[in-house]
Design a protein around this ligand. Structure first.
Ligand code: F6R
Length: 607
């Protein structure tokens, strides 16, 4: 939620900030703004709407010219999207950009109003700007340090002081922030992808560390003004990973990157044909000791957990609970020593997932994070960590992150089954071998994207539709339905096919589209019967099933065939592809902003 950037160097600052913000727009896109030192004076340009609206405004009104400044792209929390509520926010001598939420902003605002401060916006951020101004005594670090002691909540702040031209200050607590180091230039950014065009070297700012970027040097201090020696990290992504590379949308690019992402994630974790997660801190002894498993996550990441539950319970015979993080953290879960809590997160910063991780640790459980973003909070705080190597996922709708999350769940389940003595090495090797073949299978399925385009053309005027399936197909239906609704804005629900007749089937009328997934042999006949039930009531059925099955007219109107030679257990890795593509093309055909669907942001750092 919200992206912040800052720059000090020799380039045109406005250009750098705008370019860096364009890589962070996935974090929020209802307004944008920058503040730049122009001839030692702070010039602000901001606008409601997308970054493009700000660019347009600057074209008409002139853009700030200088070599240092800060920028912001917003996902509104306090105050509607408007010019006034857009960041940067200023006091008399201080201008700031902020990602996060100040929970005690009301009390602070009351205090400041009593002291005579006037507020222009409805934001919590302006309170921080005014508070910095109120305490400012000419020493920026001491002031930042003093003010942050009064703040409750989360923040990554980029701060400039009118009397410290060409210097950018930054601090974070909870919200992510990195400090990029180039040749005679430095950066701050919510995410390293924003600065890859300029440098791959960066420091990860820890909680309550203050960065000072000036023309001549960049230093990092603790709250007591002690200079810190930090490890300079190097990003292993290059700029092409954060660009569209000829695809019309990031989402399509990311769907097509899935085979490679699975390969890169899985291959290094296999030794002698068997899963090997030792580099992630996971040993066979440890695995053998777990009594219960909880998978806690949000949205798509939670859906990956649902696939994981089926696979783990089937192979390792350990009970697995899958929970939405925002529910888990407040329902006093019965979790204790000997339990494993797996947190799945692409961003590694999702507020509810992070809180669930902390709760699980406090209850004595071991925690395992499955995370894509390197150095993120969840990655840093978990006891064990499996990075998914999907590369940056820019489209708000998650696709390749989901794919690698389920790939990791498979690998984990195979090793767990072995550790628990529920399978032998030969079977584990066979399953691992099958998993290694999935990138080629996904590639094959991608070849049929035209079919999904055709299916999508039949959905664009639907008001509502259903996704149905049983077992792993139901798990997958949940993800298919979320993908469609979040980017096409068509209402959809996923339902366990066998449960329909207990109420939901009344939604079916003439022409209601139903996307049925039927890939599991042991449930196939049962699912087909359920499909016939909706078909008989007028549904227009799109069936995702194995290629060899030829549906009768009383079953489906359209079939999307999947390769026959995939084992049932691994079918979700193939079957999710048409569901992703159907959602993608439906959104494109409806003329939506596919990569930045309305009301959403990629990194949900508020609860
Ligand atoms: C949907 C989507 C979201 C995220 C959810 C969790 O396409 O992307 O549902 O999966 O917000 O985010 P992470 O994985 O970053 O914790």
């Amino acid at each position: 939620m919200c992206g912040i950037v800052g720059y000090v160097g020799f380039r045109d600052c406005t250009d750098v900030l705008m370019d860096a913000l364009s890589k962070l727009e996935y974090r929020g896109y209802d307004s944008a703004g920058i503040a730049v030192f122009e001839n030692d004076e702070i010039k602000v340009a901001k606008s409601k709407g997308r970054l493009a609206d700000l660019a347009e405004k600057m074209k008409k009104e002139g853009k700030p010219a200088g070599h240092s400044g800060i920028g912001h792209t917003r996902w509104a929390t306090h105050g509607e999207p408007s010019d006034i509520n857009s960041h940067p926010h200023s006091g008399e001598r201080v201008t700031i950009v902020h990602n996060g939420i100040i929970e005690n902003y009301k009390a602070l605002k009351e205090f400041l109003v009593k002291e005579g401060c006037c507020f222009k916006s409805d934001t919590d951020t302006e309170v921080v700007a005014q508070l910095l101004d109120y305490y400012y005594d000419g020493d920026p670090i001491a002031t930042i340090s003093c003010v942050t002691k009064e703040l409750e909540g989360s923040y990554a702040l980029g701060v400039i002081f009118a009397d410290f031209p060409d210097t950018v200050f930054a601090i974070r607590r909870e919200s992510p922030l990195i400090v990029g180091i180039g040749d005679k230039e430095s950066f701050i950014a919510s995410d390293v992808t924003a600065i890859l065009r300029y440098t791959k070297n960066y420091y990860l700012l820890e909680h309550d560390e203050i960065a000072v970027l000036s023309r001549y040097s960049t230093s990092i201090y603790d709250l007591h003004y002690h200079k810190l020696n930090k490890e300079l990290k190097t990003a292993d992504w290059d700029i092409s990973a954060a660009e569209k590379g000829g695809y019309e949308h990031f989402m399509l690019k990311e769907i097509f990157e899935q085979p490679e992402a699975v390969k890169t994630t899985i291959t290094p974790r296999i030794t002698d044909g068997l899963p090997d997660l030792r580099e992630c801190g996971i040993t066979m002894e440890k695995l053998a000791s777990f009594k219960n498993i909880f998978v806690v996550a949000c949205g798509t990441a939670m859906h990956a957990g649902v696939v994981g539950r089926y696979v783990i319970e089937k192979l390792a015979r350990i009970p697995v609970n899958v929970e939405i993080a925002s529910e888990f953290r407040y329902r006093e879960p019965i979790v204790s020593e000997g339990d494993l809590v797996i947190i799945i997160s692409q961003s590694g910063e999702t507020a509810d997932s992070l809180a669930a991780l902390r709760l699980a640790k406090s209850l004595g459980a071991e925690t395992l994070a499955i995370v894509n973003a390197k150095g993120s909070s969840i990655a840093r705080e978990a006891d064990m960590l499996i990075y998914t190597h999907a590369g940056p996922e820019i489209a708000v709708a998650s696709t390749k992150a989901y794919m690698v999350q389920i790939a990791v769940m498979y690998l984990f389940a195979f090793e767990l089954a072995l550790a628990k003595g529920m399978t032998d090495e030969a079977e584990c090797r066979r399953l691992t071998g099958l998993l290694l073949k999935t990138p080629d299978i996904i590639q094959d399925v991608l070849k049929n994207k035209k079919e999904t385009q055709y299916i999508a053309s039949g959905l664009i005027s639907a008001d509502s539709l259903l996704y149905i399936g049983r077992g792993l197909d139901y798990a997958l239906s949940m993800e298919g339905s979320l993908k469609l609704k979040e980017i096409s804005y068509i209402h959809s629900e996923s339902y366990a096919a066998g449960e329909l007749k207990h109420g939901t089937i009344s939604l079916i009328s003439d022409g209601t589209p139903v996307i049925a997934v039927a890939t599991q042999s042991n449930l196939f006949d049962k699912t087909i019967s359920n499909i016939k039930e909706v078909k008989a009531r007028g549904a227009k059925v799109i069936l995702v099933c194995r290629d060899s099955y030829v549906p009768d007219k009383d079953v489906a109107d359209y079939k999307f065939g999947l390769p026959d030679d995939i084992e049932d257990l691994l079918m979700p890795m193939a079957a999710v592809v048409p569901l992703q593509l159907i959602a993608y093309y439906t959104s494109v055909l409806r003329g939506n902003d596919v990569d930045k669907p309305r009301n959403l942001a990629k990194s949900v750092t508020v609860e």
